[in-house]
Design a protein around this ligand. Structure first.
Ligand code: SF4
Length: 456
């Protein structure tokens, strides 16, 4: 067995289940300097969350390099306006660092708002803005008064924490909009969908499920998002929150100020998708027809899905999978989804998991599984090789690691173009895993060719 190279300072962020040690995993701390974390910065965390609000202007106040994180990397779809697909930056230069970038920001906002007529503008603060101390709050307030739309600063200086702090900055920015719209036509059986980014149109699948149950969806926060929906989101009876970190802070703020309860769910995999629908139905227990419709929906969808999954399972039984994703909540669903396909999860990790998240991961994984927090390419490569995995599931930064090692890869994050949520998404996922794992190409990669053959 290959021993994995682990930085000593990171040893307590890695756990091998079954080593007879009590489970304790350090997490939610600063990344180790020099370890090239897979994690993104604070600014990136805030951008991930706010970006899919499609009728808002998104202006990155900083060097143009920060703004390179564009729609192409996270393809949140919109059913209407597509202003979010344009990437704007104030492109701060040395001169601005010396004299300040406030004037440049004012000019940029004025020009962009006049040209694009957005319903709101988000202004993201980057590292350099935090250092030179531009006063975003004042500029945004002035611009709001001048243009008559909400212009909202996002205090997301890249250096001031990790990606999770960016989620919080985004939630605080969105909360400024909540409570400003009309709620008079909202049904008592209504929800907001939080923490879904409408990659490959997934939120449209989920919305349809809830609507089939007779539940009104007030706002998608943030996939296919609209400023006006956010403004009246406080009128919904329930916040249904997906993902462990991204929008939970907003839900907590809405609970505190408006008394809206929270249900945490996942839409990935059969079990979690059905559980999400039942939880919402049970919340509205004053109308038993909602639960009735939820049951019919699940029965209908499973009767289509199961026979096809059984077929794919025949080839996948006993194959090995590794998972490394942004939020640990997604990892829970993936572990269950692989189990449904008869596969073994041998490594699982996340960028931003909490103590509770990792405890749950420990409970649902098999003996021998490696559980890791805030990993880096070196460790991930070693774990994948050591466990001899058949497929690695991750995001844009994990793809090259898998391919360089000659391992199958499935994108479960920003770049995917196929819907993986809902019952139909489980089938898409199973088909993709099957196509990848059974591809004949893996016979020709170095890890599967004997050294003697390679020398020939
Ligand atoms: S770390 Fe700072 S400089 Fe780098 S992308 Fe994030 S905000 Fe920009």
């Amino acid at each position: 067995m290959t021993q994995s190279p682990i930085f000593q300072e990171r040893a307590n962020q890695i756990h091998r289940k079954g080593d007879n040690q009590p489970f304790e995993l350090a997490c939610n701390k600063e990344s180790l300097a020099g370890a090239v974390s897979q994690r993104a910065c604070v600014f990136c965390g805030s951008r991930v969350v706010l970006y899919p609000i499609a009728d808002a202007l998104h202006l990155v106040h900083g060097p143009v390099g920060c703004a390179v994180y564009t729609w192409d990397i996270r393809g949140a779809l919109s059913s209407g306006p597509e202003l979010h697909r344009l990437s704007f930056s104030t492109d701060l230069q040395e001169r601005d660092v010396i004299f300040g970038g406030e004037e440049k920001l004012t000019r940029a906002l004025r020009e962009l708002i006049d040209r694009h007529q957005p319903n709101a503008a988000f202004v993201y603060s980057t590292c350099i803005v935090g250092i030179i101390g531009d006063n975003l709050e004042t500029i945004c307030r002035r611009m709001s008064e001048e243009k008559g739309i909400p212009v909202i600063p996002v205090q997301s200086e890249g250096f001031k924490g990790n990606k999770r702090a960016g989620y919080n900055a985004a939630c605080r920015a969105m909360f400024r909009l909540v409570g400003t719209g009309d709620t008079s036509d909202i049904s008592p059986h209504s929800i907001n969908i939080l923490g879904d980014f409408n990659l490959a149109g997934e939120i449209w699948i989920i919305r349809k499920y809830f609507e089939r149950m007779g539940v009104q969806v007030v706002a998608n926060i943030t996939g296919d998002g609209r400023v006006s929906d956010l403004a009246r989101a406080h009128g919904a009876a329930l916040n249904v929150v997906q993902c462990s970190g991204a929008t939970l802070d907003l839900a907590k703020m809405m609970k505190e100020d408006y008394g809206i309860p929270i249900e945490r769910v996942s839409y990935f995999g059969v079990e979690d998708m059905a559980e999400a629908l039942y939880r919402v139905a049970n919340f509205f227990d004053d109308d038993p027809t909602i639960l009735q419709r939820a049951k019919e929906l699940v029965r209908e969808e499973l009767s289509i899905l199961y026979p096809q999954l059984q077929e794919l399972r025949k080839d996948l039984n006993g194959k090995k999978a590794a998972i490394y994703v942004g939020g640990a909540f997604k990892a829970f669903s993936l572990v269950k989804a692989f189990r449904l396909l008869g596969m073994d999860v041998v490594m699982v990790g996340s960028q931003t998991g909490t103590t509770e998240d990792y405890k749950e991961l420990h409970e649902i994984t098999d003996e021998g599984t490696i559980i890791v927090d805030d990993s880096n390419p070196l460790e991930l490569s070693a774990f994948l090789t050591e466990k001899n995995v058949d497929i690695f599931v991750g995001g844009v930064k994990e793809r090259p690691i898998a391919y360089k090692l000659g391992i199958g890869f499935c994108d479960h994050n920003h770049e995917r173009k196929e819907a993986l949520e809902g019952f139909v998404g489980m089938l898409n996922f199973a088909k993709e895993v099957h196509r990848t794992v059974t591809s004949p190409v893996w016979r020709f990669v170095p890890r599967n060719i004997s050294p003697a053959t390679l020398e020939e």
